[in-house]
Design a protein around this ligand. Sequence first.
Ligand code: SF4
Length: 653
Amino acid sequence: MKIFLAEHRGFCYGVKRAVDMAINSLDVNCPVHTLGPIIHNPQMISHLNELGISTVDKLEEIAAGKVIIRSHGVGPDIYDQAASKQLQVVDATCPHVKKAQQAAHDFLLANYKVVIIGEPHHPEVQSILAWTNQAASVVETPAEAKALPHYSRLGVVAQTTFAADRFQAIVTILQAKCQDIKIERTICTATDLRQQAAINLAQKVDIMIVVGGKNSANTARLASVCQDTGKAAYHIESANELQPEWFTGVQTAGITAGASTPDWVIKEVYEKMEALTMTDISKVENGSIIEGTVVGVRHDEVFVDIGYKAEGVIPLSELAYPAPQTATEIVSVGQIIEVLVLDADSADGQVNLSKIQADRITAWDKLEQALTDKLPLETKITEVVKGGLVSSVFGIRGFIPASHVDLRFVEDLQPFVGQTVQVIPIEIDREKQKAILSRKQLLAQERAVKEKELFATLAVGQNITGKVSRLTDFGAFVDVGGVDGLIHISDLSWQRVKNPQEVVNVGDEVTVVILKVDPEAKKLALSLKDLERDPWYATVETLAMGTVLTGKVSKLAKFGAFVELKKGIEGLVHISEIAERRVASPEEVVSVGQQVAVKILAIDKENKRIGLSIVQAEQDKERAEFSDYLSTQAPSSGVTLGDKFGHLFKRED
Ligand code: SF4
C-alpha cells in the first residue's frame, strides 16, 4: 500500500507559533500555565503537562509565574487582571486573530455597530467580542443577519476560521441593510488550504485517514469533506485507533490532519499504517506462502507487491495451469493473490514467486474442505479424454467422468471444452494427486432444491406453462421449471389419441392443468385437454330427445350396437331396440359401418350416455307414411286401420 500525506496538514502557522512559544517559555524557576487548552489535542496537552506546563480555566487559579495566552486570544480585561496579579504574559495570540480584534476595537471607537461573523461560543469570537466591550453582535447565519435591526453604520469582522462562502452570503445581506458598511475580511487561508489539499488527496487515493482531536471542529470538517468525495474516511485521534481491516485490498491511502494535530502524531499514524500493511519480513523466506498485490502485468511476467524490500516476480510458467498465452488472462493490476516464495534473494535482487505452486498447495486444502462440506467449485474444462473430461480446479488437474458430466448421459463431450462449470469433488487423494469431480451430483442437488421449491408452489387445478421434454407411448413429459410432469395420453385431447405426437412435439411450449401433485414421489400429473371444455357437451346441446337422425354403426357389442351420431358423439341402441322381432345378437340386423336411422330416447349428460332406438325410428317413419296415406284416401275404401298399421299400436300398448 502506498501512503500519501496531504500537502497542507496539521498545525497551522498560528498554532505552531503558540506551541513553540509555550515550550520556549519553560522556566525551572517559574511555573508556566496556559489559559485554556493551548490546542484541541489531548496528546499535545498531556505532553505539555509532562514538560511542566499546566492548563487552567481562569486566571484566579494562578498564584504566580507565567500565563500563556493561546492562539484564540483574550479580551483586554485578561491582560489587566494578569498585570494586577503581576503574572508574566506570554501572548501567543495568532497575528490573524489580533488583526480581527484590532479591527473590531477600531470600529467601536469610530462609532460603528460591530458585527462579528462567526460561531458565538468559539473562544476566538469571544475574544474579539471582548475587544468591543461586549457591544458587538455575533451573526452565524444569513437568517440571523436578516433579523438584525437597521443601523446607520456597520463594521464587520470575521472569525478567522469561518467558511468563506457563508461569510460572503451574510455580508451581502448586511450590505443591503446599511449604506455605510465597512468590512474587514479577517478570514485566514490556512483552513481553506488544508481542506482543499484533503479533497485533492482523497480524490486520488482509496482511503483517507484524518487525524485530530475528536472535539476539534476543523478536523471533523476535514473528515466530512473527504467523505463527500465518495471515499472512505476515518477520523482518528491517534495511531492506536487504526484498524487493520480498513486496509484490506487498499492500494493507496492518504493522511491529513486538523490544525491542532502535532507532526509527531501524524508520523506515528504514518508508521503504524506502514506496519499494518507491510508483510512480516520474516515470513518472506523460501517455501513460504504469502499474500501480495499485483502491481504490474506484462505479457510474460507479473510483478507483485509483497510488502518486502524488493518486488516479487512471477514468470508465465509459474502463473497458472494450464499455462496461459499471456499473463493478462490470469491476473490484473490491483488483484490480491497468494504466492509461494521460490527465491527471496535472487541474484538479480528480486523475489522469485510462483502462483501456480501456491495455488497447488492451497488447492488440496480447499478441495478436501469442499469434499467434506459438499461445497460447489468452479472448474474450467480443458480437454476431452477417454472416459470423461479434464479440467483445471484451483490450478490443478481435475477429472470429471463421462457419467458425471450431466444428469443424463452426454454422447458428445467436445462442446464442454473451454466452459467453466460448477462441480463438487467426489474423490480427493492428495497423495495420488487425484481429484475426481462431479457436475451431475451438483446438478442433482440443485434440481432437488428447485423441485422442492417448485412443488411448494403447485396446486391441483392450477394452469402452468412448460416445455415438452420427451414423448413416450403413454404420454408426454413437460418440464414446468425444473420438474417433469406427465400428460397421460388420455389427457392430451378429448379425441381419441393413438400417439402423443399427434398432439405435441418435443420443444413445444404448452399450457397445462395440474391434475395431481405428489411431492413425496416427485410426481406431477398434467392435462392438456382439461384446458378446453369437453366438446361432447357442446355437441350434445344440438341434439333433442325424440328426434330421428342418421348415424353410422361404429361398434357392436352383445347388448347392442353403438352408433356415431356426430364426430365424437356415440349412442347405444340396446338389443331390444334394434328390431321388432327378438334377436340373439346385433349382427343379425346391423353391421359396423352401416348407416341407420335412430331415434334419440334418452340423453344422460352426467354419465355422457345417449339411448337410441332403430325400432322407434322406423315406427315414426311408418306413422308419417300412414298420415300421408290418410290424407290422400277416401273415407270408404274398405281397408281398416287395424289391417294396415295394427302392429304399431300393439307394440306401443
Ligand atoms: S487558523 Fe489561521 S488564524 Fe487561526 S491560529 Fe491558525 S493561522 Fe492563526
